[in-house]
Design a protein around this ligand. Structure first.
Ligand code: SAH
Length: 252
């Protein structure tokens, strides 16, 4: 049995003004196969149908970094502010989302895939080897600790985070890791105005601003999604991120 991913060239073009090269499509396919294989031993993802995988893992991952794919895309002139080879981190990457699709499509970046679960990181190490990436590395750890580590704090241009926790928790995990002027991209499902007010308060304490919030629907199932773009505009006070577990127990 072969599980072949759809190519969806027209949808990529219409929605992100971008299309995968043949090599990138082959890497998507390989990634998909490795995840199906890994799923037999590890609980990596519920999403295994080819079209659903394409939409919820590949398309969704790349929609958030659309500004990196296309110079004409809003929001924010990300490409102007970022150095030639931006440093990215994906926090709570799990089976590698959004980090691995980003690694495949933005070859001029270096990316760190962080997760607190060693088993998932071991799985990702294998993926990095199989796909022969030289611009990605893995890291086992908690975001609360990595954010206080001198090697990682203030070290990244872009921090990605999907399905890890409440938005203010994601803000506390991402902003300390960013350089001044860096961008945090928080992937969400639903989002309300009330949540914006709460998040604004958290982000302010962390030295950031909410630069934009984008709402969109996924191209096959028309599911609602949001991406929150936070810009680091000031210093993050040294006490953030707080100790392991505190950001979720006492969210800002
Ligand atoms: N981002 C992936 C996985 C989401 S599941 C996706 O969207 O598909 C959440 C993941 O975050 C899990 O793999 C969990 O181990 C990791 N995680 C949760 N809290 C964390 C923390 N404080 N630091 C690092 N990783 C964390």
């Amino acid at each position: 049995m072969t599980n072949l991913l759809p190519k969806m060239a027209e949808i990529w073009q219409q929605t992100l003004n971008w299309q995968p090269t043949d090599q990138q499509q082959a890497q998507f396919q390989k990634l998909y196969e490795l995840i199906l294989e890994g799923n037999r031993q590890l609980n990596l993802t519920r999403i295994t149908d080819p079209e659903e995988f394409w939409e919820k893992h590949l398309w969704d991952s790349l929609r958030g970094i659309a500004p990196l794919l296309s110079a004409n895309f809003s929001p924010a002139p990300l490409h102007k502010r970022s150095p030639a080879s931006p440093a990215l981190i994906d926090i709570g990457t799990g089976a590698g989302f959004p980090g691995i699709p980003v690694t495949i499509t933005v070859p001029n970046c270096t990316i760190t895939l962080l997760d607190s679960t060693r088993k998932k990181i071991t799985f990702l190490d294998n993926i990095l080897t199989e796909l022969a990436f030289n611009n990605a590395k893995t890291l086992v750890g908690r975001a609360e600790e990595i954010g206080q580590h001198p090697q990682h704090r203030l070290a990244y241009d872009i921090a990605l985070i999907r399905a890890v926790g409440a938005a203010s928790v994601c803000a506390e995990y991402t902003l300390p890791l960013l350089k001044q002027g860096g961008l945090a991209i928080i992937y969400r499902g639903n989002w309300t105005e009330d949540e914006t007010t709460t998040l604004q308060n958290a982000v302010k304490q962390l030295g950031g601003v909410i630069e934009s919030i984008e709402q969109f629907t996924t191209p096959l199932s028309n599911s609602i999604r949001h991406c929150l773009y936070l810009r680091k505009v000031a210093n993050t006070p040294a006490n953030f991120p707080r100790a392991v577990g505190i950001p979720t127990q006492k969210s800002l």
